[in-house]
Design a protein. Structure first.
Length: 133
């Protein structure tokens, strides 16, 4: 999936049709969502959000999951098709929402942003390029 971070468009569409078939037929906005979602997987792999989430007390995890459900409903209301089938997809979609739908994410994710912000801010490199409020 690393290749989807780049815009795979050629003059005749050959790259989309042949090398990146999962992006074929998507609108530019949908392609941007996919690329940002995949970037979310890379960030998640660095900060290990899922294992860290699993270490939280049950009450904190439930509060975060409640926020993420509200975010999912908000994203779907705006026409995004999102998968929250398991933790890695959940956090990848969250990163995409934080970057592409910041107002919607801010409305629904104060506890989630605090959790992820802590992980990012503890990382020596990521804290220089990503900022969570």
């Amino acid at each position: 999936y690393a290749g989807v971070i780049h815009d795979p468009v050629s003059t005749d569409g050959a790259l989309v049709k042949n090398e990146y078939p999962t992006l074929a037929g998507l609108t530019p906005e949908e392609r941007l969502w996919v690329r940002t979602h995949e970037l979310g997987h890379a960030i998640d792999a660095i900060v290990q959000a899922v294992p860290e989430f699993n270490k939280l007390p049950l009450e904190e995890r439930m509060a975060i999951l409640k926020e993420l459900q509200a975010l999912r409903e908000g994203l779907e209301a705006k026409g995004h098709t999102v998968s929250f089938s398991h933790g890695k997809e959940l956090f990848a979609n969250l990163y995409a929402a934080l970057l592409l739908e910041p107002d919607l994410a801010a409305t629904h994710t104060s506890k989630v942003s605090q959790f992820l912000g802590g992980l990012v801010n503890d990382h020596p490199e990521l804290k220089r390029v990503l900022h969570f409020k």
